[in-house]
Write a protein that binds this ligand. Structure first.
Ligand SMILES: Cc1cc2nc3c(=O)[nH]c(=O)nc-3n(C[C@H](O)[C@H](O)[C@H](O)COP(=O)(O)OP(=O)(O)OC[C@H]3O[C@@H](n4cnc5c(N)ncnc54)[C@H](O)[C@@H]3O)c2cc1C
Length: 418
């Protein structure tokens, strides 16, 4: 079957890999000159099934009110005259109940755990390397109050059979020796040994090259404009290079997916939640992290690549604006300098921003639509790389009409009113 994948971020490229492996003739279209040039470009570098949880959680509305008044808060709101944003926020608040959280968390864990297994298989099969490390992630607590609050997360980890380690400061330092320099700032940590780390951009680019070897064609520098319908099906996608016909179409355009889909009557409540990162050259490897260290106070993740430190965080609601705001840089620079003061040269860091394609319930949208040959793979929010392989393989199986390895119930767009 001829399948066109719209979008060459980590979601589109991993999906193209599984489609090509299943024997389909695949074309991937993107407006950028190469793969992973938008949100998949410089994320926090975590493959973290253990932390797959919706942001919409009990207690979040109260925390959010407090964060809005703090200088270095993890959440920033730039009120817009944008009805979509306000509707999305209302939907998100409606998902903060215990009951909704349990449903959403189960869906995300189902997909993320599966994705981790797909990742391991893909890596073994292709021998692909991407500054990857398999050394877990460590969430660091500055207060006993945070340690006490983590007990709720631990209950969830136990229910989902996710391995974890509760560590005192000596044990944290044994895993992350550079923390010895700042031991008085923290009281302990929670480690998820099954999590992995790496450079999502390098992963996606290398995978795109490997998929070309499987026959996948990439049409870069090509704007996707509209889907053309005929007899209740999608007949072609209209692009800046002309119309492209296929048997099936997959929308994987991240935060921009809703516009294209709305034109053919498919409503997806995906909204951009902006995040920022700094990529810092390492000046003293012994003073840098070994894997990912997350500072719970600021919700900032600090990840080790070979010769760089990636530090990322902030959830900003400000529409599709890609402005690099200096106060956000100050916050993440402050955190990396506080936790790993001698690790890198922050003055030489690259500053970046990306728009997380977020659903109000945290779960991505993966599956069929009401139009027989139109499929969606988007809305992966904070954990798109983590869930990429699982989403890609699941949807490839759905398109190929073969038995899926996991239950797809609750993952497609039918969970929202159409
Ligand atoms: C600061 C930050 C930190 C993060 N940290 C992590 C992490 O540690 N682990 C993790 O798993 N996830 C993380 N994420 C989330 C993850 O990066 C995203 O979920 C993921 O990159 C989304 O991938 P995507 O392919 O859906 O979107 P994108 O990468 O944005 O890809 C969409 C593609 O569609 C193309 N496109 C859009 N519109 C058009 C058009 N009209 N015409 C042509 N092409 C178009 C774009 O050019 C783009 O290439 C983080 C995100 C941010 C912002």
């Amino acid at each position: 079957m001829k399948v066109v994948v719209l979008g060459a971020g980590v979601i589109g490229v991993t999906h193209a890999y599984y489609l090509a492996k299943a024997g389909h003739e695949v074309t991937v279209i993107d407006r950028q000159a190469a793969a992973a040039m938008e949100t998949s470009h410089a994320n926090a570098g975590q493959i973290s099934p253990g932390y797959s949880a919706p942001w919409a959680a009990p207690g979040i509305p109260v925390k959010a009110m407090k964060w809005l008044t703090q200088k270095h808060a993890p959440l920033k709101l730039h009120p817009q005259m944008d009805i979509t944003m306000w509707k999305w926020m209302v939907q998100m608040l409606a998902n903060c109940s215990e009951a909704a959280y349990a449903v959403n968390k189960e869906r995300m864990m189902r997909l993320a755990e599966y994705s981790r297994d797909c990742f391991i298989d893909l890596r073994a099969e292709l021998g692909i390397r991407y500054n990857d490390r398999q050394q877990g992630t460590l969430q660091m607590f500055r207060t006993e109050q945070q340690v006490a609050a983590s007990k709720k997360d631990i209950e969830v980890l136990e229910r989902c059979n996710v391995p974890y380690e509760v560590l005192d400061m000596d044990a944290c330092i044994a895993k992350e020796p550079a923390l010895a320099r700042v031991r008085n700032k923290f009281v302990g940590g929670l480690r998820l040994p099954g999590d992995e780390t790496g450079d999502c951009f390098e992963f996606t680019q290398k995978l795109a090259t490997l998929t070309e070897g499987l026959g996948v064609k990439y049409l870069f520098n090509t704007d996707i404009k509209a889907l053309q319908q005929r007899d209740g099906r999608i007949s072609a996608v209209q692009t800046s290079q002309g119309a492209i016909e296929a048997d099936a179409f997959v929308v994987a355009m991240g935060s921009y997916s809703p516009f294209l889909l709305a034109d053919v009557g498919v409503k997806v409540p995906v909204y951009p939640v902006k995040g920022y990162s700094l990529t810092v050259p390492i000046t003293n490897a012994d003073a840098a992290p070994v894997s990912t260290v997350m500072d719970e106070t600021y919700k900032v993740a600090i990840t080790r690549f070979e010769d760089r430190i990636r530090v990322a965080g902030t959830a900003e609601l400000s529409g599709y604006n890609l402005e690099l705001r200096e106060p956000r840089r100050e916050t993440i620079a402050m955190v990396v300098s506080d936790v790993f003061p001698d690790g890198g040269d922050v003055s030489q860091a690259e500053f970046w921003t990306g728009l997380r394609p977020m659903t109000p319930d945290g779960t991505p949208i993966v599956g069929k639509t009401g139009i027989a040959n139109l499929f969606i793979n988007t809305g992966h929010g904070t954990l798109g790389w983590t869930m990429s392989c699982g989403s890609g393989k699941l949807l490839a199986d759905i398109i190929s009409q073969t038995k899926t390895d996991i239950d797809p119930t609750g993952l497609d767009v039918t969970r929202y009113p159409q």
